[in-house]
Design a protein around this ligand. Structure first.
Ligand code: C2E
Ligand code: MG
Ligand code: MG
Ligand code: MG
Length: 275
């Protein structure tokens, strides 16, 4: 593997490569046949205690077994499949969001995860524009979640794309905030709406003073920069209490709801909204 280093091929390595290759082949077929599903995880405003929208999360059942997106999305990126898969996710999410809006939910915001590779394509802006036009979804009903990784590819282009998306009227959120390697200076240059505090800071927040300090600081940073702040991975009432006392705007997590299939999400919303 270059520069006087070598790797011994062993059976385990072979097995892993074989497994991944099989997964990639199955993914190729699953993309062709649209065998993925989109789940919705509700997001709640802490001040109004109302559901403001949901994050769309992809699900894949392969031979009767669920494969985590944390496993197959990076593989799709490596295998050159993320563009096609990402197109399907964006289009289908917008189509489903449009249905929800048509049920009378005008201020709904549906958040879609965008891979840095997908975001970095020259035609990304025109794709978003076209999807909104084709599905009839208003830009204000769509939020795009990007990680700080989008900056690594090409900072100037990323700033330009984000500015154009903002002009279109879509909301922009920084996902997994606090775990990236980029400098905070991009917050000045990037026209974003929301910070999503990474769940690793929330996981044990009720016991970790350091996590409390970090989260309090992120919330204050958001307030000073006029950005909304959402905490992800909220699992318990103590965490919720803490976040509320710190002035966090929104929460998402198992405590409120797991990611749900579309119909379950609709039922959940109806139940929450009726007195
Ligand atoms: P993410 O965007 O940061 O999504 C949040 C993850 O945390 C989701 O995992 C969600 O199910 C999980 N989660 C939500 N609430 C809780 C909680 O209270 N506790 C815990 N422990 N976990 C919680 P999921 O669905 O397995 O997705 C993992 C990652 O895969 C996502 O992280 C995202 O990076 C990627 N991903 C998922 N769907 C998509 C997609 O449609 N497109 C792209 N490009 N990436 C996706
Ligand atoms: Mg996300
Ligand atoms: Mg996240
Ligand atoms: Mg994550």
């Amino acid at each position: 593997s270059g520069d006087k280093t070598h790797v011994l091929f062993n059976l385990q390595l072979g097995e892993k490569l074989y497994y991944e290759q099989q997964l990639i082949e199955d993914m190729r077929i699953a993309i062709e046949m649209a065998q993925f599903e989109l789940y919705f995880q509700p997001q709640m405003s802490l001040s109004s205690e109302k559901i403001i929208g949901a994050e769309v999360l992809i699900r894949w059942q392969r031979n009767g077994q669920w494969i985590s997106p944390s496993e197959f999305i990076p593989l799709a990126e490596r295998a050159g499949l993320i563009d096609k898969l990402g197109d399907w996710i964006l289009y289908t999410a917008c189509q489903k969001a449009k249905n929800l809006v048509s049920l009378g939910w005008n201020d709904l915001v549906i958040a879609v995860n965008i891979s840095p590779l997908q975001f970095g394509r020259k035609d990304f802006l025109s794709k978003v524009t076209k999807v909104l036009k084709d599905t009839g979804l208003k830009a204000k009903n769509l939020e795009l979640e990007v990680t700080e990784g989008v900056i690594i590819y090409n900072e100037n282009e990323a700033i330009e794309t984000l500015a154009q998306l903002k002009k279109l009227g879509v909301h922009l959120a920084i996902d997994d905030f606090g775990t990236g390697y980029s400098s905070l200076s991009y917050l000045r240059k990037f026209n974003i709406d929301k910070l999503k505090i990474d769940q690793s800071f929330i996981q044990d927040i009720e016991h970790q003073a350091a996590d409390q300090s970090i989260v309090r600081t992120i919330i204050e940073l958001g307030r000073n920069l006029e950005l909304k702040v959402i905490a992800e991975g909220v699992e318990g009432p103590e965490q919720l209490e803490l976040l509320a006392s710190m002035g966090c705007d929104e929460i998402q997590g198992f405590y409120f709801s797991h990611p749900l299939p579309e119909q379950d999400f609709i039922d959940f919303v109806k139940h929450q909204r009726s007195p």
